[in-house]
Structures are given as structure tokens and as C-alpha cells.
Design a protein around this ligand. Structure first.
Ligand code: B4P
Length: 190
């Protein structure tokens, strides 16, 4: 049986983490968020976490080598899962190519890339609001948020072309109520 492997895509604050929660329940998928995995490493004060902390606090991307290794371990550990939601991964072309390689080797390719589209000012507003309660330092500083969005535009946004070339890119309006956006995503997944 074909597995449902979804890349949930979008700029910082687009609602990837928020929407993942609903989709994993509805489709029984394993949720792989590189942001969550990195924050767990920081919390446990592992060597990897200490290295990542500084980079994340500046709003830059952690090295491809580190995040690809983390994802590879989780995919291998969940061989019998009905599928995955990749949340915040891939973020560079090298990560996208590594993911294709891993999944194609198992004959379980990416089904679709669902891209949440949200304008810049709304992203900043959402992240600053989350920063009031999340304890995440990268959500509190407007300069760091601007840097995260710039990293997205420069390194991550080109992945739309990467997945379009495979016929897998699906753009979704990410503005509206959380429930309305979930409905839009479910409709596209079919
Ligand atoms: P992430 O943890 O992926 O953080 P994020 O981009 O901010 O998205 P997140 O999923 O958390 O937020 P969401 O949009 O759901 O990355 C953090 C850092 O980790 C990166 O900057 C980077 O340094 C590093 N990193 C992670 N993955 C990496 C990789 N692959 N390669 C290299 N580095 C990596 O939600 C944002 C807010 O909006 C929430 O408060 C939510 O409640 C709100 N919201 C959601 N939907 C809404 C709606 N419809 N209306 C109003 N508000 C909404």
C-alpha cells in the first residue's frame, strides 16, 4: 500500500506546527518536526543542542548535515508507520534531495508538498504574539524574526520549484481560522 508522505511547507509562522496536530490525528501519520527535534536537543543540553542553540537564536538555519541525520534516524525508527508529516523539513535543496533519496530507497516517495501561503506582516504578528507566551527567544525579537523570514526567502522558498518540477507542489491559502485552513488541507489531500 502506498504511504501518505506529506511535506508541510511555509514560512516561519505560517501554521505548519499548528496544522500538523490535526493532520497527524486524522490520517494517523508520524509527525517529524525538525524544529521540535532541535528544541528537545537544546532542552537536554546535548552537544548537538548546544551547537544548534546559538544558530537558532540568530534565526539562521542549522547545518544540513545535522538535520538530515536527525530525520534519517526517525524515518528508520518508524518503518511500519502509515506515513509521515515533515514539518519544517526540508528547508534547503540539499535537504530535499536527501529526503527523496531516503524515501525512494524504501519505495515510499513524497506524496505532496502542501505550502501554506501567508503574507509577511501577518507572519511577524503571529510570531510576536506566540513570543509573549512560548518562551522561545527566536519569537521575541523582531530582528531575529526578520532574519528567519529572509532565510526562508533565500534558501527555502526555491523548494517550491523543486516540488513543482515533480508535480507535487500544492499552494494553500494560510490566512483564516485554524479550522478553515485544516479543511483546505484535507480537501487537497483527498
Ligand atoms: P520551526 O520550529 O520549524 O519554527 P517555525 O518556522 O516558526 O514554524 P512553527 O511550525 O513553529 O510555527 P507555526 O507556523 O505553526 O523552526 C525554528 C528554527 O529551527 C529555525 O529558525 C531554524 O533555526 C531551526 N530549524 C528547524 N528546522 C530546520 C531545518 N530543516 N534546517 C535547518 N534549520 C532548521 O505557528 C506560528 C504561530 O502562528 C503560532 O503561535 C500559531 O498559534 C499561530 N497560528 C497558526 N495558525 C494560525 C492562524 N490560522 N491564524 C492565526 N494564528 C495562527
Amino acid at each position: 500500500m502506498n504511504k501518505l508522505n506529506i511535506v508541510l511547507f511555509g514560512p516561519p509562522g505560517a501554521g505548519k506546527g499548528t496544522q500538523s496536530e490535526f493532520l497527524i490525528k486524522k490520517f494517523g501519520l508520524v509527525h517529524l518536526s525538525t524544529g521540535d527535534l532541535l528544541r528537545a536537543e537544546i532542552k537536554d543540553e546535548t552537544p548537538l543542542g548546544l551547537q544548534a542553540q546559538e544558530i537558532m537564536s540568530r534565526g539562521e538555519l542549522v547545518s544540513d548535515h545535522i538535520v538530515i541525520g536527525m530525520i534519517r534516524n526517525r524515518i528508520d525508527a518508524n518503518n511500519t508507520a502509515p506515513g509521515f508529516i515533515f514539518d519544517g523539513f526540508p528547508r534547503t535543496k540539499a535537504q530535499a534531495e536527501a529526503l527523496d533519496e531516503m524515501l525512494n530507497a524504501k519505495s515510499q516517495p513524497i506524496t505532496a508538498m502542501l505550502a501554506l501561503e501567508v503574507p509577511g506582516p501577518e507572519l511577524v504578528r503571529r510570531l510576536l504574539k506566540r513570543g509573549e507566551t512560548s518562551g522561545r527567544s527566536d519569537d521575541r525579537d523582531e530582528q531575529v524574526i526578520a532574519n528567519r523570514i529572509a532565510e526562508y526567502e533565500q534558501k527555502t522558498s526555491p523548494l517550491k520549484d523543486y516540488y513543482s518540477a515533480q508535480g507535487k507542489y500544492k499552494g494553500i491559502n494560510g490566512v483564516g481560522s485554524v479550522a478553515d485552513i485544516t479543511e483546505r488541507l484535507v480537501e487537497v489531500i483527498g
